[in-house]
Design a protein. Structure first.
Length: 86
């Protein structure tokens, strides 16, 4: 099981964002297997840190996320345009 989390953001309202950073030539699509890895990673984070705060996934991607059936695991996303064209 991959255990790397690219970035963790804990907000003042106690919500924790587990951030995934993905480079892709087009919109990044989340497969069923990848969704399972994300859920496993959330469980592992909670278990290892004894976390009691709510966790959400945030994706930082080149061109955003595709609208596949596994997209709903993502709470928020940031694209290259969000970072460089504000």
């Amino acid at each position: 099981m991959q255990r790397q989390i690219d970035m963790i953001i804990e907000r003042a309202d106690r919500l924790i964002h587990l951030c995934e950073m993905k480079f892709s030539q087009k919109a990044f699509n989340i497969s069923g297997d990848y969704e399972k890895k994300l859920r496993d990673r959330m469980w592992l984070f909670d278990t290892r840190t004894k976390n009691k705060k709510p966790l959400v996934h945030t994706f930082i991607t080149t061109f955003g996320l595709g609208e596949g059936k596994h997209h709903s695991i993502v709470h928020s996303e940031v694209t290259m345009d969000d970072l460089f064209n504000s």
